[in-house]
Design a protein around this ligand. Structure first.
Ligand code: ACO
Length: 378
């Protein structure tokens, strides 16, 4: 019998491959997409440009960006049968509807079974363009309204908000959504990208790998945190009540404060500062400063956790931004997926480019050599 292998529970600190997509330094709080600082991208870029950067590996020229933008705009419309599927499953959670709709899209994509680089890029662009249409169409359908067809004269972020509300968003709202998508676009071997890579590593197709990613994102320890944070803010109700809330939660060690802590960042998540600024600015301009004030009060109560490396993550302020944009809480996870889709596709492309089946081991901890007892003697 072989000797016991060392355990890497949760694959913590395991480096499973190389990547050129994102660089993360969790001790210094650094995040780069293809070498570019998240802070520069947040300040100067657009989601469309970040999509190009991630999928094609470099910043686009003006013409390259215009061409990608045109392809994305042209690919926004869903096949009618996929809208029918959304109608059928409309009572499900929006992230489950997104997962189901992506599965259904595989039946209509001309490239589903084509694993060539060009085909995977075409599918990546199409899924990036189709995601917002799915989420917005579902939200309209479940409210008894007809889906709003996408507008090809609006940016990716503005068109999403337009399809949700049926009217064009303010520049401030569109910019907040665009920023959110940029910040969520890519993040190394996070749980959902890892899961997508596992599926891709079996030489399965892109749609299947993305379905895996969506299912993995759903959990509150990953993409579900923003929704949980806003639920918490609503429950707290006013900044003065934050102290009692945090103390009460801490009585049970299993009760984590959502939006805090990260597997990789042991200092503040570099993405959080941009959502913090946006949450504050939006709250002030919409005369709803209380949400930011409540979150700030929670952050203050959590100060003592900093010495344990637990700081706010990107999702701590994201929920309040979505809430201020008038977005229902159960759309927060799908919105994370809308931002993350180019990152998932990029990770899958990297996996396919130099593939090896991802297949770790488990250490068996059960009994050995038990005597089989026939059913009639048990
Ligand atoms: N509140 C209170 N304590 C916490 C928190 C938190 N949010 N996060 C971690 N801790 C504590 C744990 O209780 C544990 O304490 P212990 O060692 O005394 O038992 C210690 O910190 C380490 O926690 P682990 O769960 O082992 O760390 P891990 O790296 O596995 O967890 C995770 C990372 C899952 C994100 C965790 O911090 C958490 O549950 N956070 C809340 C959920 C959340 O905000 N998720 C979003 C992550 S960001 C994203 O997906 C974009």
């Amino acid at each position: 019998m072989t000797s016991p292998q060392p355990l890497a529970k949760g694959l913590r600190n395991v480096v499973m491959d190389t990547t050129e997509s994102s660089f993360i330094d969790g001790d210094e709080g650094i995040l780069l997409y293809r070498g570019y600082s998240i802070h520069d991208l947040a300040a100067h870029s657009s989601f469309e440009e970040v999509c190009y950067l991630l999928l094609y590996g470099s910043l686009p020229t003006r013409d390259e960006l215009a061409a990608l933008d045109a392809r994305l705009r042209a690919a926004r419309v869903l096949p009618a049968p996929v809208v029918d599927v959304i109608r059928i499953v409309q009572r499900a959670h929006p992230i489950d509807v997104l997962r189901t709709a992506v599965s259904a899209l595989a039946a209509f994509d001309p490239d589903t079974a084509d694993a060539s680089l060009d085909a995977v890029l075409r599918k990546s662009e199409r899924l990036t363009a189709q995601f917002p249409t799915i989420v917005a169409a579902h939200d309209r359908i479940r409210r008894g309204l007809e889906p709003v067809p996408p507008r090809d004269d609006l940016s990716h972020a503005a068109n999403f908000l337009y399809m949700l509300a049926g009217e064009a968003p303010s520049d401030e709202a569109a910019a907040a959504m665009d920023l959110d998508f940029i910040l969520h676009a890519e993040h190394g071997a996070n749980a959902s990208a890892f899961a997508a890579r596992v599926t891709a590593s079996t030489d399965s197709d892109l749609h299947s790998a993305i379905v895996t990613g969506i299912g993995t994102l759903k959990g509150p320890l990953h993409g579900g945190a923003a929704e949980a944070v806003m639920t918490m803010a609503l429950e707290i109700g006013s900044p003065e009540r934050a102290h009692d809330y945090v103390i009460a939660r801490q009585k049970d060690r299993n009760n984590r404060i959502m939006g805090f802590g990260h597997r990789v960042y042991k200092v503040e998540d570099p993405r959080a500062r941009h959502m913090r600024e946006r949450s504050k600015a939006l709250g002030e301009s919409l005369n709803q400063a209380q949400w930011y004030a409540i979150l700030q009060a929670v952050e203050k109560e959590m100060e003592r956790y900093k010495r344990h490396g637990i700081h706010v993550n990107v999702d701590f302020f994201a929920g309040s931004v979505y809430y201020l944009l008038g977005i229902p809480e159960d759309l927060f996870v799908p919105i994370f997926a809308l931002g993350r889709i180019p990152g998932w596709c990029t990770e899958i492309l990297e996996q396919l480019n130099n593939n090896i089946l991802i297949r770790p081991l488990l250490r068996y901890d059960g009994p050995l050599n038990l005597e089989y007892v026939p059913l009639e003697q048990r």
